[in-house]
Design a protein around this ligand. Structure first.
Ligand code: HEC
Length: 208
């Protein structure tokens, strides 16, 4: 038994005594409980003795983001045709059957509004920003879907399913032909229509 667990009954008893109060009514707990701090057995200088180092598998599960270059993209492939079926069953309820978005919180995923082609978003906030007219990197689409969608079951799509639904959305936005077999290399090669609208922020963290 550690010193920490042996102290627990003392703390509970103090809280109960205080809660009931002399008048029998519940009173706010204002009693300060002084407890001598005993560092846990695992304490080492410079550490608090809390937690433990994550395993390699736990780290790998968290370290799953894919940068714009797409270097971390997994093996696998998918087509727009396969993706259409996934979209219909797993995405359309929130994003709309046509990918038009459902007011007010579910964003549009499909649409190349001509006003958006001119990147008029700052002048006219009603122009929807979509994958086709706003996103700068196709790799980000794979990354985002893999980590965040479907909203209530993120991480549930396999690599192939994620390639397929990514292919479907890119094809529906007229970025790639709907016959493309999308894999890591093909996805890295996709040029998004809005790519040159963005400027890389290469400032060092200390320069503003
Ligand atoms: C239960 C509702 C729900 C489902 C199902 C769902 N989404 Fe979403 N999705 C959302 C919401 C809400 C957001 C906005 C999240 C935010 O802005 O933080 C979003 C955002 C997105 C975005 C970012 C859009 C943008 O331009 O910012 C993409 C891409 C996306 N979803 C793809 C998908 C795909 C693909 C599926 C199916 C595999 C899916 N979503 C299923 C609710 C859903």
């Amino acid at each position: 038994m550690t010193r920490g667990t042996r102290m627990l009954p003392l703390l509970v008893a103090a809280a109960v005594a205080c809660d009931e109060g002399a008048s029998g009514e519940r009173e706010p707990n204002t009693m300060a409980v002084a407890v001598a701090y005993a560092p846990p057995a695992t304490y080492r200088a410079g550490h608090f003795g809390l937690g433990r180092a994550p395993s390699r598998a736990q780290l790998a599960a968290w370290d799953s983001d894919i940068g714009p270059e797409g270097l971390e993209l997994p093996a696998g492939r998918g087509t727009a045709r396969d993706g259409a079926a996934i979209y219909a069953t797993q995405c359309a309820a929130c994003h709309g059957v046509e990918g038009q978005g459902l007011h007010p919180v579910y964003p549009a995923l499909i649409g190349r509004d001509p006003r958006g082609e001119d990147f008029a978003f700052s002048a006219d906030a009603t122009v929807p920003r979509t994958i086709g007219n706003y996103w700068s990197h196709a790799t980000t689409l794979y990354d985002y879907i893999r980590r965040a969608m479907p909203l209530y079951t993120p991480g549930s799509l396999s690599a192939d399913e994620t390639y397929a639904v990514t292919a479907f959305l890119l094809a529906a936005n007229r970025v790639i032909p709907d016959t493309t077999v999308l894999d890591a290399a093909a996805l890295r090669a996709v040029q998004m229509p809005a790519r040159d609208r963005f400027v890389p922020d290469d400032r060092s963290p200390t320069r503003h």
